[in-house]
Design a protein around this ligand. Structure first.
Ligand SMILES: [Zn+2]
Ligand SMILES: [Zn+2]
Length: 213
């Protein structure tokens, strides 16, 4: 008799655990916008809370698609989106030609032609990461060594433009923190005694080297 009561209690306890797990799992089934929030995307303020976002998954890419009445509205929206992840594309459909934004730039969806390089907002506070720029939190893509010989400030600026278009950047020789070329381009850098640009680590002020593959 006591054995059966004990068995019954055990079965009941197991059922409670299973039910609890189920309810947790059910709560994890979100409308699209919550899924999108987990991605490293910053939407325009208040945006993602109020409307669902169309998602299309491809094996190597995720498209988040919205519709706008005009190109100007689409462009305004994309300028205020920030995508801190590779292979994610926010597409702003509009009657005048769809636009897209990825990690690096705003582009024409039809042929990928660049429209402009995306602005990057700084994080609330600089943060050390092995993959992301300490200032803005965007991944820094290892690139090729730019030509910097005879590096006058102008030449460094040109190199930074190219690196910003590639999403590449620098690594601190002292603490290992990363800095993307976009941030070094956006914030005036001090120069050394001979007038050469002398970019420094956002966290420790150490010298930085180009992050290469
Ligand atoms: Zn940055
Ligand atoms: Zn450093």
């Amino acid at each position: 008799m006591w054995i059966w009561i004990a068995v019954g209690a055990a079965v009941l306890a197991a059922a409670v655990v299973v039910l609890r797990r189920r309810s947790v799992r059910r709560r994890r089934v979100h409308p699209y916008y919550v899924t999108a929030k987990k991605l490293r995307i910053t939407w325009p303020p208040g945006y993602a809370e109020h409307r669902p976002i169309r998602m299309v998954r491809r094996p190597d890419a995720l498209f988040l698609i919205e519709e706008f009445a005009s190109r100007a509205a689409a462009l305004d929206f994309l300028r205020r989106c920030e995508i801190r992840e590779e292979r994610i594309y926010v597409i702003a459909e509009n009657p005048e030609g769809n636009l897209g934004r990825d990690l690096i730039m705003i582009f024409e969806e039809a042929d990928g032609a660049p429209v402009e390089i995306g602005e990057r907002s700084p994080l609330p506070a600089p943060r050390h990461s092995d993959e992301d720029c300490a200032r803005c939190g965007y991944p820094v893509i290892p690139g090729a060594l730019p030509e910097l010989d005879g590096a006058a400030t102008v030449r460094v600026a040109v190199a930074l433009d190219g690196m910003a278009r590639d999403g590449s950047g620098f690594r601190c020789a002292d603490c290992g923190a990363l800095g993307c070329a976009w941030c070094y381009r956006a914030v005036p850098q001090r120069t050394d005694g001979s007038g050469h640009a002398d970019p420094r680590c956002w966290l420790c002020g150490g010298r930085v080297d180009v992050l290469v593959e």
